[in-house]
Design a protein around this ligand. Sequence first.
Ligand code: SF4
Length: 574
Amino acid sequence: MSSAQFDLHLPAPPVTGDIPLVPARMVNEFVYCPRLAYLMWAQSEWAETGDTVEGRRVHTRVDRSNPPLPAPEDVEAKPDKIVSRALALSSERLGVIAKIDIAEAEDGMVTPVDYKRGRRPHVARGAYEPERVQVCLQALLLEEHGYRVDEGALWYVESRERVRVVLDEELRRATQEAVSRLRLTVANGRIPPPLRDSPKCPRCALVSICLPDEMNALGGSDLAPRPIAVPADEALPLVVQSQRARVSKEGDTLKIADEEQGDTTVRLIEVSDVALFGNVAITSPALTALMEREIPVTFHSHGGWFRGMAHGLGNRNAEVRTAQYRVSFDDGACLRFARDLVSAKIFNQRTILRRNWRGDRDTRKETLDRLGAARRSASRTSVLAELRGIEGDAAAVYFRAFARLLTPPETDSSNDGVGLSPFRFETRNRRPPTDPVNAMLSLAYAMLARHLTVTLASVGLDPYRGLFHAPRHGRPALALDLMEPFRPIIADSVVLAAVNTGEVSASDFVSGATGTALTPAGRRRFVSAFERRLSQETTHPLFGYRLSMRRLLTVQARLLSRHLLGELPTCPHY
Ligand code: SF4
């Protein structure tokens, strides 16, 4: 965005029609960081942190109902001090609404008092500007409603100190200007740029949504991104595969009653999402608790086929979905996106072959050269159908060479010493897979699609509307798009590791007229190998910091949303 947007000093016009009033706390956020206010107000983004929970707890204490503030003409007549809590006021002229923690009326004057968690800061005017602006705005609202206001105050809960806020002309002007700028920025529909190398970002609740350093790096900054947007994975998926298992809620935990594995309990705060395979029951209280916490539940067939998902109210960022639909109808934008996507996928296929090749050098060179040529063709083509053809040809080359990467331990007694034979692989097949390697590839792709469907929905995107894969009933097309470059380095790599380390053996598969599938024990081991792969750390090729594959997929989904919203000219694929 141009810096000119922030040079506008025209007051925003009074609010009319159904334009919502801006909450005073958003003006506080805007003064702290314009992008933060935009993310929270225009895009309804939110992330809970310890600080936000504590802030809410502080305000819950002052949100108790009590007698209202007397009318302005009666305030003067009251002999005693009156304390009114959680006073809601609004003004269409200012375009603002506020809930004043405490309004104290005494000697004909009213003083707004805002509660803040933490300790009083030792700064020049006794408090930071965003907080002073928020109190000033509350004072302006009180004045608009006919009250006389001489000063405001901030109460710091932890240090139990009160700081006076002087309502001088400078603060009043800055406050009105902040309101106007926020309203004009939102009306403009353009998100302000992230702060540069700011100490505010590591403390910001929305840092992993905003990606300030990553966005600046992609915009040309030569400062290396700090790994502030990639906190350690605190919660992990809960995958329940035992048939006839039952998931129920017990206090703040989920209990899994399991005849095969014995009963287990998991704390809800440790669960990022729940995957139920086959005949697994979940109780209504458990489902409700998960929905309330926005923890999605995915349902799968016994063999891992992704059947659907239940989640709470979901991400409320309608702006990003609107942008996604708009781009999805733009053929040129879809082609550019798909070209980069296919090119990244072929690049990663080459990487897997290079790292794991066990065959002769000439065939290796020839295979890598063919994939290199396919990648160049993919990045040049201007026809989507041709791109699909290039992708298909590259996949055929890749999977023809895939058998050369499979080296199960010869000591594997379960395959009767015939070496590779249980894991003989000729070509990719599915619906149903006819051999163990294809059975594992199908399950790994289904797991990856499941993970990305959940991730895309959590960042506000519609997993069912793709840019490369055509929408088909029940097909998570955008998840299939985003997973293309990750098929080789996550799914295929899990299959290779499972075979080559002997984690799965021939006895882990059953074959019949309907194809080949993993046994329950084999599937359990394979799914846990897949989740381990997602937890493995890698170095981000663009940002240079270490992060888990799981977090990498989330960052990728966020970058895609920033691209769709027009903040990034291209989507940087992994
Ligand atoms: S992370 Fe930094 S730039 Fe982004 S919203 Fe927060 S304070 Fe603003």
